[in-house]
Structure formats: C-alpha cells, structure tokens
Design a protein around this ligand. Structure first.
Ligand code: FAD
Length: 318
C-alpha cells in the first residue's frame, strides 16, 4: 500500500515509522530482523531501507603503490525490502539514488521493485563519493533527484526509456523525496532549496520526508514556508535520538543541522555514553510529543541499525 494511502487511512492520527540501514557486507540478515522485531509492536505501516552507493578504498601493495578498489559496504537494499515484506507483512520502502546509476540501471531497478510488489520508493540524489568533493552523476545518469522523480513518474505512465516498447505496463509507485528544514548543505539559500523541492513535487513526488532536526521550530517553519510556496503534499518529520558524545561534532559536520544549546550541554555534562543515550531518548520523546500534538502524519525515526532507544521512545509516545 502507498504511504499516501496509509496517511489517508490514519484519519489524522500520527503513526510510527522508521528507517534501517542494510547490514555491513558479511553480516547475516538476522542482525536486521533482531532490530526490527522489538519495533513491530508499534505497528509501523512501513519501514524505509537506505541505499548505499559504492566507495573507493585504497590498499597499499608490497611495491608501495596503492591499489584502488570499488566496494559496496552495505549492499542488499532490494533483498532486505523483499524479506521485510515477506516476514512482517508491512510495506518496505527502498531508497533509490541518482549516484552510481545510469538511467538504464534505474529503470531495471524499478522493474525489480515492481515485480516484488513494492509500492513506494524514496528518490534521492545521493552524496558525492567519499573521496570526492562534489557529486558527479554517471554519464547517462541523473544530476538531481527531481530528474530521477521524473523518470519514475514516466514509468508510472508506462513510458520506458525504449520508446519502441509495445504494450508496456505502467508502474504505480508512490514517490517520497527528501526535504531539509535547515536547508540542504549545498543550497545557497533556503528559498532556492524550496524552489528545487517544488520541482521534485511538480515532477511527481507524493510526499516529503525531512532530514533530522533537533529543534521542532525548524520543522514548523519549514512546513510553513513550503505551504506558502504552494507545496501541499504531506511532510513527514524525521527524528534521530543522539546516542554518543561523538555525535555532537559529527552530526553538525555531516548533516549541517544545528543542535540546540540545552541538548549540547546535557550531552556534554553526561558522564558516559549510557547517560548520553538517556539524554537523547528524553529529548526525542519531547520532540515526538510536540510533533504528535501538531498532528503530523508520521513520526519517522532514523534507527541507524540500533532499535533499543527507538523502542523506549515509541513506548512513551505511541
Ligand atoms: P536534490 O533534491 O537533487 O538536491 C541536491 C542539491 O541540489 C540541493 O542543494 C538542491 O537545492 C540543489 N538542486 C536541486 N535541483 C537543482 C537544479 N536543477 N539546479 C541546481 N541545484 C539544484 N543518501 C544515501 O546515499 N542513501 C540514502 O538512502 C539516503 N536516504 C536519505 C533519506 C532522507 C530522508 C534524507 C533527508 C537524506 C537521505 N540521503 C541518503 C542523503 C541525500 O542523498 C543527500 O542529502 C544528498 O546530498 C541530496 O539528496 P537530495 O535527494 O535531497 O538531492
């Protein structure tokens, strides 16, 4: 079932959903199930599964030269989605990227999803590969998520890349896209970021999921700005509980989001990471309660593969 249908069915009641990462290559799929199992009591209608593109690694050879290798550390997004739908009977939502995909790869990926009866995708550009400064698309790939949304939209109309295909069947994907309450790190201004967000909606996106934020006012202001610009689709807030001291530096650096002073000082004063985890849980509970009061359609949690803190938060608020 589509995310938009789940929202319509919920009749204004806020529901619980979460995102997982595929396990590192070599780990068993049980490592994923062990983290999903405790969250199923909160009846998530869908679970998102991230997509991880290739990375370059360099290995020093005996002669001192470096050997460059291309590796995918977390493969398996589609397989995990199929396994989740099969095991839990909930919708699994794969993320799909521009990065690393030609248009042909994208089409074939979407055909696989359609055959697996996966009804939803989150369409993203992806970041630059770790060793590069800027995002580079494949030679025959997409530069921006809006173009990827356009291709999915075309497939939903039965328009494949090969225009000579006869009697081609249309897919029926519900398309989610990313939104940034504190603007995307590369965007020169919030206005331009919302301008291009609008393009993703115009090209066929059905809903927005936000980047994590730690101050709800940023989300409320973002929603207001989007509505003013004529964006009417649901905007699902994404939350991540802080769980380690290191994240105080990592999160603002990696995601370009602000951490409120009160949260920072509570983490600074925490005596160890167990205490930090508790601070993160309490902060996230307070954020969730306020968002639910504001009647958001879902509160979507970034689990990053560990579910115990999300379980504690969900049991307080759902
Ligand atoms: P876009 O919407 O393409 O925007 C990228 C930048 O380009 C923005 O600054 C935008 O303002 C600008 N822009 C857009 N269109 C144009 C245009 N036509 N001309 C000029 N500028 C333009 N990454 C992963 O690798 N895997 C995942 O599974 C994943 N899941 C995510 C889930 C969520 C909810 C979020 C918020 C992010 C996720 N990401 C993931 C990270 C995401 O890939 C990065 O944030 C990436 O840098 C931008 O992706 P986007 O889809 O927002 O890009």
């Amino acid at each position: 079932m589509k995310v938009t249908e789940h929202i319509a069915q919920s009749k204004g009641e806020t529901r619980f959903s979460f995102e997982i990462l595929p396990p590192l290559k070599g780990q068993h799929i049980d490592s994923i199930f062990n983290n999903i199992d405790p969250l199923m009591e909160f009846n998530p209608p869908f679970i998102d599964v991230t997509y991880h593109r290739e990375e370059y690694t360099y290995k020093e050879l005996e002669n001192g030269l470096l050997e460059k290798k291309v590796v995918k550390k977390r493969p398996g997004t589609v397989g995990i989605c199929a396994a989740i739908q099969n095991k839990y009977n909930v919708d699994a939502i794969p993320h799909i990227l521009c990065g690393g995909f030609t248009k042909e790869d994208t089409e074939n990926f979407l055909i696989d999803l359609d055959f697996l009866e996966i009804d939803n995708v989150v369409a993203l550009r992806g970041d630059a590969v770790k060793s590069e400064m800027y995002f580079k698309s494949e030679k025959n790939g997409h530069n921006y998520a809006s173009d990827l949304v356009g291709q999915i939209g075309n497939l939903n109309k039965g328009k494949y890349l090969d225009e000579d295909l006869q009697n081609s069947s249309a897919t029926n994907f519900c398309i989610g896209v990313a939104g940034y309450p504190e603007k995307h790190m590369e965007a020169p201004s919030m206005e331009s970021d919302i301008h291009f967000l609008k393009k993703k909606i115009k090209n066929g996106a059905d809903y927005i999921v936000t980047q994590m934020f730690f101050d709800n006012q940023k989300y409320f202001d973002f929603v207001k700005k989007c509505r003013k610009e004529g964006i009417t689709v649901p905007i699902i807030p994404g939350l991540k509980p802080i769980s380690t001291k290191k994240q105080l530096n990592l999160i603002p650096y990696r995601f370009k989001v602000d951490l409120p002073d009160d949260l920072v000082m509570a983490v600074v004063k925490a005596k160890d990471n167990k205490a930090v985890r508790q601070v993160g849980i309490e902060w996230c509970i307070a954020q969730s309660k306020e968002l639910i009061k504001a009647k958001v359609p879902f509160v979507h949690y970034y689990s990053m593969g560990k579910s115990d803190n999300i379980q504690t938060i969900a049991s307080e608020v759902f």
